[in-house]
Design a protein around this ligand. Structure first.
Ligand SMILES: C[S@@+](CC[C@H](N)C(=O)[O-])C[C@H]1O[C@@H](n2cnc3c(N)ncnc32)[C@H](O)[C@@H]1O
Length: 371
């Protein structure tokens, strides 16, 4: 950051990006510095949800979108031993490098000059002095035992799910990481199991803020062959089980909506086993049971009633119950929540949630309340 940019940042702080304000700052700096500074303040505001110190950091729009949330980055870093040298092979604006740096020494690699500069600035803003190399980590000598990589999943600014288009190549990274003490790869949880499993490591699906944020593949001598979901807020873990869990066509007293990471990790049989629950139909996400089980892995609802999907019948039941549907949740293909909400409009006082799911070819509705 030049002295002029720094001054522009100071002058633009707290100002709306109106033409008059931009011109005022430009007069004391330059038009480029003023535009840059107002752009940074806008990105800083957007970054507040990801970083406690967002207002001292620098971003590019795309690098901010790609950056790990600081709590998620803290989890990545927690897998590496305190004090050991670790490399961030894809620094971006430095979110993972910062978390690694709080734990011990870091070397960060970044191919893009602007991002490498911002990563340096952001590390310093967190009181950390790590080395950021403007270099290709895939070509570099790996003089460390621990590494983390979050390959770019964009081609010309657009997201892609084609691993061959990721940079650096995750297959090559995995190959090299297998020889480390621990290598971590952050990937999209939307990638198919076959691809993630082909990398040959420990698989984790991360739940944060109620979403499945990412798939992590851990390789090296410190990784085990297993598959789990990790719930960051509670620290709970849920192992995959490929075995059978009982299935019910209709919900009992309680319906539970499983966390997306639990579903993605194939953790539902384990969840059923822990809480004496059954899978609800073919929903792959709703569970049911007669005890009010509590778990960070699922949201509980009390069941009012359930029946085969039928608009007329549902509407007349809603009237009899003096109820209206406030939210439609669906785990049934072809059921569009917005449309169904309109079709089921009633004036009833009791606010209910409708959960749609399938049993074979039949679509089922369950009317539930938060419990
Ligand atoms: C998804 S972003 C990483 C975001 C970062 N983990 C964070 O939380 O801020 C991927 C970054 O890797 C960089 N990159 C891609 N290929 C690289 C390579 N071979 N060596 C170093 N950096 C690379 C890209 O420029 C991009 O900034």
């Amino acid at each position: 950051v030049t002295a002029e940019q720094e001054l522009a940042l100071e002058l633009a702080e707290g100002l709306e990006a109106t033409p008059a304000n931009i011109e005022r700052v430009a007069k004391e700096t330059s038009p480029e510095a003023a535009r840059w500074a107002f752009g940074q303040w806008q990105l800083r505001r957007q970054a507040r949800g990801k970083f406690a110190l967002a207002e001292r950091m620098l971003f590019t729009r795309e690098a901010l979108e790609q950056a790990s949330h600081e709590e998620v980055a803290r989890y990545h870093a927690s897998r590496y031993p305190e004090g050991a040298l670790a490399a961030d092979l894809t620094a971006g604006i430095g979110a993972d490098a910062i978390a690694l740096g709080r734990r011990g020494p870091v070397i960060a690699f970044e191919l893009d000059e602007e991002r490498a500069g911002y990563a340096r600035h952001n590390l310093a803003a967190h009181g950390l002095a790590a080395e950021v190399r403007l270099a290709d980590s895939a070509e570099a000598d790996w003089t460390f035992d621990y590494a983390f990589a979050d390959p770019s999943r964009r081609v010309a600014g657009r997201r892609t799910l084609d691993p061959e288009a990721f940079a650096p190549d995750p297959v090559e990274l995995a190959e090299r990481m297998r020889r480390l003490k621990l290598g971590g790869l952050k990937l999209s949880p939307m990638l198919p199991d076959e691809f993630l499993e082909s990398l040959g490591g420990e698989l984790e699906f991360v739940s944060f803020g109620g979403e499945c944020r990412e798939a992590l593949v851990w390789l090296g001598t410190g990784a085990e062959i297993k598959r789990e979901a990790v719930h960051l807020e509670s620290g709970e873990r849920l192992a995959a089980r490929e075995d059978w869990a009982a299935q019910a066509d209709r919900p009992a007293e309680f319906l539970f909506e499983a966390d997306p990471a639990a579903i993605r990790a194939h953790g539902l049989p384990e969840l059923c086993g822990r809480h004496e629950l059954e899978l609800l139909g073919d929903s792959n996400g709703y569970l049911t049971g007669s005890v009010p089980a509590e778990s960070p892995w699922m949201r509980r609802f009390e069941v009012v009633e359930s029946f085969q999907a039928d608009l007329k019948r549902t509407k007349s039941r809603l009237r009899e119950l003096d109820a209206s549907v406030e939210v439609v949740k669906t785990r049934a293909r072809g059921v569009e929540p917005e449309r169904l909400l309109k079709q089921l409009r009633t004036e009833g006082q009791r606010r209910l949630t409708l959960c749609a799911y399938t049993v074979g070819k039949r679509v089922m509705f369950a009317l539930v309340t938060s419990a």
